[in-house]
Design a protein around this ligand. Structure first.
Ligand code: NAP
Ligand code: MG
Length: 496
């Protein structure tokens, strides 16, 4: 994809120093435990994080509060200047792309090429939302006798909590719209992958472009997020993570100040290959790549593959061919297709699901094993694992595994495929492959999912809304929809 080069020497040096929070325009050591950052491709400790405690979170929230209530970001800085600053930040991110991507690969285990795409996305999100700073209109309401109009006001202090799988992308599509609409932010990455955000905040700091307290970073594990989610002086919380934690955040909001919530939660997405798929070989290749890229640690990955009976064996043969050409290994090696699972804990959880699949009677087409080839010996690598002849009621078809494990389920009719696809507590994404125009409308309408892909699984663009239905979440991020998440409508009546 790119000619980008890993910056390993630089990263080794940079990681010498323990890293921590950025609060009110200054670096601030959290007073909590010191956490190891581990490279899951080697099992080695690469750096340390000084975790925040509640007092540190209080400081960050107060810095954001002060910046929102009394700072220039939402008031004296013009909308045009706000956009210009965001574009300049996008440029600074691009200028440091290799460093950010190197840290991400070291911390998360994903391919360096994937990390480069992630960092490109952050910059693209800043550019995209920079364009909205002066284009978000209110309305004049057609009322009788009075003059009534609406404004979109920023929400205020926003807490943002993100998981370990896409720290960079999520920083982009959470910080971008929050900033564009004039909010101030306290963001918490996963304690497992904090380094790329620390470096991102250094880049913001070095740019000198943002007023004090507009963006704040707190690092640490779940309890830091939990304190932020219960904080009475946080006006809104944007969360990406598991459905279990998402439900807890709803309770936290109710028990604290009824803060607004947007939730991007789990998924168990369906991918249906009909026997009239326009290009069956492409459908197979793309289904495999969408499933196993990012080592299967993606919320939208097509984990349930429904295949029409007449082409079932052809698809299984095709998946095996893809598997034979797929290399699991060193995430910095350009020849690798799949890196290491993010942590030992996640690795164990995935291996546990593989055992569950076997005990449920699913047939293993390939994989199911730890990959310890050569330099993979000490890392948390898992071969692409494909269970076939599954039923949709198996646990491996219902529960989110979040790893390189695919379940393949045969079907006979369109109705049966759609019914099984919708038989899930999740509804994040779905895809299908067909050449029948009438079917494209019928099935796209019938599928329960926040986004539906036809004849190409997995599309992504800053301009296109992204979100889940059912237990996959509340609200849409990206595109114009995100502006709604980061503003509130105020109606003003004027009598003359
Ligand atoms: P998770 O346990 O829910 O963690 C997500 C974030 O919340 C992390 O920063 C975590 O900190 C923090 N956290 C944990 N417990 C918390 C609590 N009680 N209160 C507040 N914050 C808390 O999710 P995960 O298992 O790490 O990540 C994978 C999940 O994310 C999957 O379910 C996946 O589907 C979902 N996901 C969804 C999307 C989407 O857009 N829909 C995208 C990506 C991932 P620590 O990690 O430091 O503990
Ligand atoms: Mg790590």
């Amino acid at each position: 994809m790119t000619d980008y080069q890993p910056q390993l020497e630089w990263a080794t040096e940079w990681l010498q120093q323990p890293r921590s929070c950025f609060i009110g325009g200054a670096w601030h050591d959290g007073a909590g435990a010191v956490l190891d950052s581990v490279n899951p491709a080697t099992g080695e400790v690469i750096g340390h994080i000084k975790c925040a405690i509640e007092d540190d979170v209080d400081l960050a929230v107060e810095a954001a509060r002060e910046a929102f209530d009394n700072g220039p970001w939402r008031t004296t800085i013009s909308h045009q200047r706000r956009g210009q600053i965001m574009r300049e930040l996008a440029g600074a991110i691009r200028a440091n792309l290799e460093q950010l991507a190197t840290l991400e690969t070291l911390d998360n285990g994903k391919l360096f090429t994937e990390a480069c795409e992630d960092v490109t996305n952050v910059a693209d999100f800043f550019d995209y939302y920079a364009g909205w700073t002066d284009k978000f209109y209110g309305e004049v309401n057609p009322v009788n006798s009075y003059f009534s109009y609406t404004r979109r006001d920023p929400v205020g202090v926003v807490g943002q909590i993100i998981p370990w799988n896409y720290p960079m992308d999520m920083a982009g599509y959470k910080l971008g719209p929050a900033l564009a609409m004039g909010n101030t932010v306290v963001i918490k990455p996963s304690g497992m992958t904090s380094m790329s955000l620390v470096r991102l905040f250094e880049i913001f700091d070095e740019s000198g472009l943002l007023p004090t307290g507009v963006l704040n970073l707190v690092v640490g594990r779940g309890q830091v997020g939990s304190y932020l989610s219960r904080h009475p002086r946080v006006d809104k919380l944007a969360f990406t993570g598991s459905t279990v934690v998402g439900k807890q955040l709803v309770r936290d909001s109710a028990d604290s100040n009824l803060k607004l919530l947007s939730l991007e939660l789990g998924g168990k997405s369906a991918n249906i290959i009909f026997d009239d798929a326009p290009d069956l070989q492409y459908a197979i290749t793309r289904s495999f790549v969408a499933m196993f890229s990012g080592k299967g640690e993606k919320c939208t990955e097509p984990t349930r593959l429904f295949v029409q009976r007449g082409i079932y064996q052809t698809v299984l043969d095709g998946l095996l061919r893809e598997d034979a050409n797929w290399k699991v290994g060193d995430p910095f090696d350009p020849a690798s297709n799949q890196g290491a699972q993010v942590s030992e804990e996640q690795f164990n959880s995935i291996m546990g699901y593989i055992e569950i699949g076997k005990s449920e009677g699913a047939r293993l087409l390939c994989g199911g094993t730890r990959n310890t080839t050569g330099s993979n010996a000490k890392g948390f690598f898992i071969d692409p694992t494909i269970f076939v002849d599954c039923t949709n009621r198996m646990r491996i078809a219902q529960e989110e595994i979040f790893g390189p494990v695919l379940t393949v389920i045969p079907f006979d009719s369109e109705e049966e495929a759609v019914a099984m696809a919708n038989d899930s507590v999740y509804a994040l994404a779905a895809g299908f492959w067909t050449n029948d125009v009438a079917r494209t409308q019928r099935v796209a309408n019938a599928l329960q999912a926040g986004q539906v892909f036809i004849n190409r699984y997995g599309c992504y663009d800053p301009a296109s809304p992204f979100g889940g239905h059912k237990q996959s979440g509340w609200g849409n991020e990206c595109g114009i929809r995100s502006l709604e998440l980061y503003t509130r409508t105020k109606t003003i009546w004027y009598a003359n």
